[in-house]
Design a protein around this ligand. Structure first.
Ligand code: CO8
Length: 256
């Protein structure tokens, strides 16, 4: 891999996008490497953290120099490539935390939004500046931003292209927490460690339910959850978790 570094420790994989000359902008090679890195995640990985190299930028968007001369068909193909990789992240069966360490613009904001949880450094900036470049958010930003912050604020951000600071991203619910830059990765690992202490199958089922139920109507969503709830009782870890509680011990989850 030329642009992606991964490091796995204690069930937590940290994936770093590293193209410092372009503030980690996503070209098609990086998108393909990202795709391959997700496919290559080990079975022992319980949480994935995605971040950008350096202290200035998470991802400053899709690579404008690569997009400049695309025709309509090539533009659609480039958009599809990014959208497919981001959807793979969104539907990955383990939680994904975006540790946003600086600019998250255009495709960078869209990548963060494909993750389950976003936390950021206090110098982070979020925005969808695409209409100022003559395009629209093309890595599913028109879809996910409205889901996360509501239709009105999403439309303002997308139509005006304005960038918002970390405190504003926190206020509108685009991120869960803001940290000083030096504390960001520690906070991401601490959150991942908490998740790793939970019953792994239950965490995976919870993600499955939240993702699947969002677009269902109420009765179908509740029925879906009910089915998966029942499936939890077929796991050894459910017996382990409840026995540990009742005997005032600590559960030793085995992912079974
Ligand atoms: N693409 C390519 N190169 C970039 C990008 C980018 N998105 N962002 C920064 N760079 C490059 C700059 O060109 C510059 O290169 P060089 O040193 O060779 O001149 C280098 O990174 C450093 O950038 P700056 O000198 O501009 O650094 P500043 O600190 O002055 O500014 C900013 C930082 C504010 C982040 C600024 O670089 C900027 O505005 N970048 C572009 C942000 C942007 O518009 N992003 C959205 C891109 S479009 C997009 O993401 C669409 C996604 C959907 C695609 C759908 C496919 C069809």
């Amino acid at each position: 891999m030329e642009f992606i570094k991964t490091n796995t420790e204690n069930g937590i994989c940290t994936l770093t996008i590293s193209a410092p000359k372009s503030l980690n902008a996503l070209n098609s090679t990086i998108l393909k490497e990202l795709d391959a890195s997700i496919d290559e995640l080990g079975k022992d990985v319980r949480v994935l953290i995605i971040t950008g190299d350096g202290e200035k930028s998470f991802v400053a968007g899709a690579d404008i120099s690569e997009m400049q001369n695309l025709d309509a068909e090539q533009g659609e193909n480039f958009g599809r490539l990014g959208a497919q990789v981001f959807r793979k992240i969104e539907t990955l069966d383990i939680p994904v935390i975006a540790a946003v360490n600086g600019f998250a613009l255009g495709g960078g904001c869209e990548l963060a939004m494909a993750c389950d949880i976003r936390i950021c450094s206090d110098n982070a900036k979020f925005g969808q500046p695409e209409v100022g470049l003559g395009i629209i958010p093309g890595f599913s930003g028109t879809y996910r931003l409205a889901k996360l912050v509501g239709m009105g604020y999403a439309k303002e951000m997308i139509y005006t292209g304005k960038a918002i600071r970390a405190d504003e991203a926190l206020r509108i619910g685009l991120v869960n927490a803001v940290y000083p830059q030096a504390e960001l990765m520690g906070a991401a690992v601490a959150m991942a460690t908490k998740i790793c202490a939970m019953a792994p199958i239950a965490v995976r089922y919870a993600k499955l339910c939240i993702e699947a139920e969002y677009d269902l109507e109420a009765d179908a969503a509740i029925a879906y959850e009910n089915k998966v709830f029942g499936m939890c009782f077929a796991t050894k870890d459910q017996k382990e978790g409840m026995t540990a509680f009742l005997t005032k011990g600590k559960p030793n989850f085995k992912n079974e």
